[in-house]
Structures are given as structure tokens and as C-alpha cells.
Design a protein. Structure first.
Ligand SMILES: *Cc1c(COP(=O)(O)O)cnc(C)c1O
Length: 393
């Protein structure tokens, strides 16, 4: 039977890729993914049971990214989520129910705590923050209904390095799931599962994406039971990801190692230079002794990355510091990090009961610019500060 042109144009039979080989990973889109016959129809999120049931559960591109993140983190399973924050949310929804108790370090990524105290509180899940420098002493905070403990090491903005193995031992003794936000080390500088973690999440937005142009997250685990719980929750929450974004993340993965190696060197160089400045009181970089948990970093990490914070001297506090930031030209002002561009953002009066730094805390992310140019930029911003002060007197 001859068809109309409209029908022929819509025929969903693409040119078969047989015989075509390329180094690029194909971007395979699809909401509907076809079954071979009526008897094959099954709605199941698990690609080991039904390879392609629906685009939400995965296309070859999104599953390829999941597989490579699992390889990177030394996990057995990985889910890709729409962002790092979605990855955090997925862990709560997979493991917690009304009446459960969760422990989150005070140094956790802000929106993780906001999610916990707002949405999860409304669902009857009680979340308690703890001092990230607690190691085995976290045992005193465990209750009969404690279900999940979060670690984030180093923590956001205040950079505390946690004793993850000690906390893991306590968690396992009490049958509690230990989840880690592993974004800082990106699976390269910290081996989560070797240190006792059950579930490791990453904001792929940061180093895996690596170019400030996508939002994605990952949740990895070694446990088959956790895999089932996470897969079920991800499917019910409809956490779909774009194959186009996943293909960008796959490209980012190819240069992850060289970028991190370079960023590690530049960042240490600049952090050490800042430490010599009279305007600076402390540099919170895990590889430098000022950072709480520095000894733990030496014990457990194989490297350091591009994000760190500076506690400025009292005479630089508040407005002077904001003016200093505004004078920087190469350092751009904005959230997130891990791309090729150097960034800076004030973190004034953030929610910290232990080790508060008031209006003197600034976070830096070092990019791939030449270090000499970055230091020259910081220097001109410091010098102009002196000049303004001089004129005012
Ligand atoms: C950025 C970040 C997230 C959230 O990632 P998004 O992809 O922006 O949602 C979570 N945890 C940490 C430690 C982060 O730095």
C-alpha cells in the first residue's frame, strides 16, 4: 500500500548505524521507546529487567553516563538525576518515611538542609544538624528511628573534612544508611565506598560537566537493596534527564582527570599566596593546615580540587570585602563551581552555630586561567583597597 508523504516522513525507523563507527557517543533521544511485540510490554524502571521500557528510565546515552559514573566511583549501580539537588532529594525519598530521623552535617550544601527543614519536616521526617567535626561521637545522636546519616566532605563553604570511616562504622552498627555528597572529590580524589559509604551522590553540574553549561546529578551505590529502593523512588518521582545534557557530561568526563590535575595545582598555588597576605586570616583549603579536618584529608584523600574559602581579617569585613570582590575582573561573581572560569562569592552570616565566620567568609573557585593573571587580579583588588582607605583618612 502506498503511503502519503506525511506518513513516510514520520516513519520512526532511523538509518541503522551498522558499519558506522565514530569516537563520539551518540545522543539517543526518546520518550516513547518501542517494544518488539505486544507480549513484551512491561513497565519497569530497571534496565537489567527491561532494557528500554520508557525514556524516563533511560536511553543508551543516559545509561552510558550512569555506567561510566558507576565505574568512576567504583559502584555497582548509578542513577542520573536532573541535578545535584535532585540527587540529594532522591536519597531522602528512597530511604525515609514519616516518623524517621535523619542526621545532616551543619556544613552540608545549604539547599540540602533547606529541603530537610522545609519539605521533609512537612512530611513528618525530622532532620537534625550535627557538628561535621564529630567522628565516632556521632553515636550519641543516634535514636531508635534514625534511618539516614549524611556526610559531605569537605563541607560547603566552611570546608570541614569529616571522619567518614568513623561515622560509617557507627551508622552500620545501628543499621543506618550512610550517604555522602561526594561532589568535591568528584569520585577522583575520594573513594567513597572504600571508606564505608553506602550511597554516594555527586552534582555532575560541577566537575563532570566541567563547563558551567549543564545541570545533572548522580546517585551511586554498591548495594542491590539500595539500588531497588532508589530506582523505585526515581521512577515514581519522574526524575527524567535529557540525553543532550548527558552527552555533554560524557564529553566532560573525557577530560575530567586533566582538568582536575591542573586545577589542583593552580588552586593550591593561589590558596598559598592568599595565605601570605595581611588581609587574610585563614585559608580554608583541605590541603592546608588552617582547614578543620586537614589531618583527615591527608589520611583519606588522594588530592584536592578547585574550591576553597578565605576568612578575611577583621579590618576587611563587610562592605570593604564586597568592594574588594567587585574590583576583581577575572573572578566572576556567581554560584556553583567546577567550570573553567574562576568564581568568587561572599558567604556572609551563613547558618553555622559552630565555627561562625560572620561577614568575613568568601568562597573562591579557581578556573583554567593562567595563575599569574589570577594573582595579578587579586593583587590589584587588594591594592585598590589600600588606596581607598588612604584617601578616606
Ligand atoms: C552544587 C552542589 C549541589 C547541587 O547541585 P545542582 O546540580 O546545582 O543541583 C549539591 N551538593 C554540593 C556539594 C554542591 O556543591
Amino acid at each position: 500500500m502506498s503511503r502519503h508523504i506525511q506518513t513516510s516522513l514520520l516513519d520512526p525507523t532511523p538509518r541503522a548505524p551498522d558499519g558506522f563507527r565514530s569516537l563520539a557517543i551518540a545522543t539517543q533521544r526518546g520518550s516513547t521507546t518501542l517494544f518488539a511485540s505486544a507480549r513484551d510490554v512491561r513497565d519497569d524502571w530497571c534496565p537489567e529487567r527491561v532494557p528500554y521500557a520508557y525514556g524516563l528510565h533511560g536511553t543508551p546515552t543516559t545509561l552510558e553516563l550512569a555506567e561510566r559514573i558507576a565505574l568512576l566511583e567504583n559502584a555497582n549501580h548509578c542513577f542520573i538525576t536532573p541535578g545535584g539537588q535532585a540527587a540529594l532529594a532522591l536519597v531522602y525519598f528512597a530511604f525515609c518515611a514519616s516518623g524517621d530521623h535523619v542526621l545532616v552535617p551543619e556544613s552540608a550544601y545549604g539547599p540540602n538542609k533547606d529541603l530537610a527543614h522545609d519539605l521533609l519536616a512537612r512530611l513528618g521526617i525530622s532532620v537534625q544538624t550535627y557538628d561535621p567535626m564529630l567522628g565516632a561521637d556521632i553515636a550519641a545522636l543516634i535514636r531508635p528511628n534514625t534511618r539516614l546519616i549524611w556526610c559531605e566532605s569537605p563541607g560547603s563553604a566552611t570546608m570541614e573534612v569529616q571522619d567518614v570511616p568513623a561515622i560509617a562504622a557507627v551508622a552500620h552498627e545501628h543499621g543506618v544508611v550512610l550517604a555522602l555528597d561526594n561532589t568535591y572529590g568528584s569520585g577522583v580524589f575520594f573513594d567513597a565506598f572504600a571508606h564505608g559509604v553506602d550511597v554516594s551522590i555527586q552534582a555532575l553540574t560541577k566537575y563532570v560537566g566541567g563547563h558551567s553549561d549543564l545541570l545533572l546529578g548522580s546517585v551511586s551505590t554498591r548495594s542491590a537493596a539500595h539500588y531497588e529502593a532508589l530506582g523505585q523512588a526515581r521512577s515514581l518521582l519522574g526524575m527524567a534527564v535529557s540525553p543532550d545534557d548527558c552527552s555533554l557530561a560524557l564529553r566532560g568526563l573525557q577530560t575530567l582527570w586533566v582538568r582536575l590535575e591542573h586545577l589542583q595545582k593552580s588552586t593550591l598555588h593561589i590558596a598559598q599566596w592568599l595565605k601570605t597576605r595581611p588581609e587574610v586570616e585563614r585559608v580554608l583549603h583541605p590541603a592546608l593546615p588552617d582547614c578543620p579536618g586537614h589531618e583527615l584529608w591527608k589520611r583519606d584523600f588522594t588530592g584536592s580540587s578547585s574550591v576553597f574559602s578565605v576568612v578575611f581579617a577583621t579590618q576587611m569585613a563587610g562592605d570593604l570585602l564586597l568592594d574588594f570582590i567587585d574590583r576583581l575582573a577575572l573572578f566572576k561573581i556567581g554560584f556553583s563551581w567546577g567550570g573553567v572560569t574562576s568564581l568568587v562569592a561572599p558567604h556572609f552570616n551563613i547558618d553555622r552555630d559552630v565555627r561562625p565566620y560572620g561577614d568575613r567568609l568568601v568562597r573562591f573557585n579557581i578556573g583554567l586561567e593562567h595563575v599569574d593573571d589570577l594573582i595579578a587580579d587579586l593583587e590589584q583588588a587588594f591594592n585598590a583597597n589600600k588606596k581607598t582607605k588612604g584617601e578616606a583618612q
